[in-house]
Design a protein around this ligand. Structure first.
Ligand SMILES: NC(=O)c1ccc[n+]([C@@H]2O[C@H](COP(=O)([O-])OP(=O)(O)OC[C@H]3O[C@@H](n4cnc5c(N)ncnc54)[C@H](OP(=O)(O)O)[C@@H]3O)[C@@H](O)[C@H]2O)c1
Length: 326
């Protein structure tokens, strides 16, 4: 079988790294486009055997370089997304709408076999969030320019190297009181990163052209319950404080001034909406990739590094009397 060439944008991120491993171990060749080869090549190159991976440094709107990359590609995968806007062009519109639209046009022009785009779950409902609106605009542009594209809408994605459970565990370690927005009642359907990349792989290897697929895990868990589970894994007791909306808005607008805000006012609006399957689209379960990984079981495997004692807090070490003498 001739190896298929996958052109990946955003391959240095959480989902990208996992996906590179999945694709290259199944004999796909990948070319990853990054903005900064000096900073990211180590983390990208170490995900695959030499011969299966290439890296190109490019600004996402450097069309000449992108065109050269498309000439070699069979499949394009877009994993670029931002959670908050920054100055000088790093806007939701540019990253979530204009750029995916360009990729879709190039996929058509260079007759690619497939274009896979990562969007987000719940964006139809969250119509007062600029993040959600831009993701939705991007989807519409893609389907207009390359109708064969497959759009995946994941719920929150977790793994040892995520920005979700690991950030919460860091904060739960440091803060005696933890704010609960909307009483912590917002529902999520967290999917493990490897279950999501299995879904992407399934879409690619089985040529699924399904327009929109919602990607979810097996459990629906409220934000409050997620925090309770994480606290129990860490062995910490923290006060969960239901923050009044006015205070939440004030704190979010203060956080927004920081270079890497913990929460923005746009994210606060987004948090109002449950992040669960809409019932209007197929899910990963429907296309034959049921996500079976349990949130608790998976987090248990890596939470120890956020726990007091680190590796020495695990059962393996606690049972070893020689190590526990002092
Ligand atoms: N992780 C989740 O929980 C989750 C949930 C729902 C949807 N999604 C979507 O899934 C996709 C992948 O998520 P992820 O968590 O793997 O993403 P990520 O780690 O946050 O970012 C992926 C990559 O995008 C590139 N990037 C970031 N900001 C950029 C900018 N301003 N301009 C150009 N490139 C930029 C970076 O690559 P370089 O630095 O190498 O250029 C980064 O490594 C995104 O579209 C995201 O919205 C993720």
């Amino acid at each position: 079988m001739k190896a298929k060439n996958c052109l990946i944008f955003g391959g240095s991120g959480q989902i990208g790294r996992n996906l590179i491993r999945k694709l290259t171990s199944n004999s796909y060749k990948v070319t990853v486009v990054t903005r900064n080869i000096h900073q990211k090549s180590y983390i990208i190159k170490t995900q695959a055997n030499a011969g299966y991976i290439d890296i190109i440094e490019s600004n996402i709107f450097e069309e000449k370089k992108l065109r050269d990359a498309f000439k070699q590609a069979d499949i394009c995968i877009n994993l670029i997304g931002i959670l908050y806007e920054q100055k000088k062009g790093n806007t939701f519109k540019n990253v979530h709408k204009v750029f995916p639209s360009l990729l879709a046009k190039l996929s058509k022009e260079y007759a690619l076999k497939h274009f896979i785009h990562l969007s987000a779950l719940g964006i139809n409902e969250a119509d007062d969030s600029n993040y959600a609106k831009s993701k939705l605009d991007g989807e519409n542009e893609i389907l207009k320019n390359f109708p064969l594209a497959t759009i995946l809408r994941p719920s929150v994605v977790y793994s040892v190297d995520d920005n979700f459970t690991t950030n919460f565990m860091t904060l739960l370690n440091r803060l005696p009181v933890f704010p609960l927005y909307y009483q912590g009642n917002t529902k999520f359907t967290p999917i493990h990163c490897s279950d999501l990349t299995d879904t992407i792989y399934h879409v690619i290897s089985n040529n699924i052209y399904s327009k929109i697929i919602e990607c979810v895990g097996p459990e629906t868990i409220t934000l409050k319950n997620i925090l309770i589970k994480l606290m129990s894994h860490l062995g910490k007791k923290r006060i969960l404080f239901p923050m009044p909306l006015v205070l939440a808005k004030i704190s979010a607008s203060l956080f927004e001034i920081m270079p890497k805000p913990l929460l923005t006012t746009d994210q606060l609006r987004l948090l109002k909406y449950d992040n669960v399957p809409s019932g209007k689209y197929k899910t990963n379960f429907d296309i034959g990739v049921p996500s079976l990984k349990s949130f608790d079981e998976e987090v248990k495997k890596y939470c120890f590094m956020w726990k007091e004692g680190g590796q020495f807090s695990t059962e393996k070490y606690l049972l070893n009397k020689n190590l526990n003498k002092n």
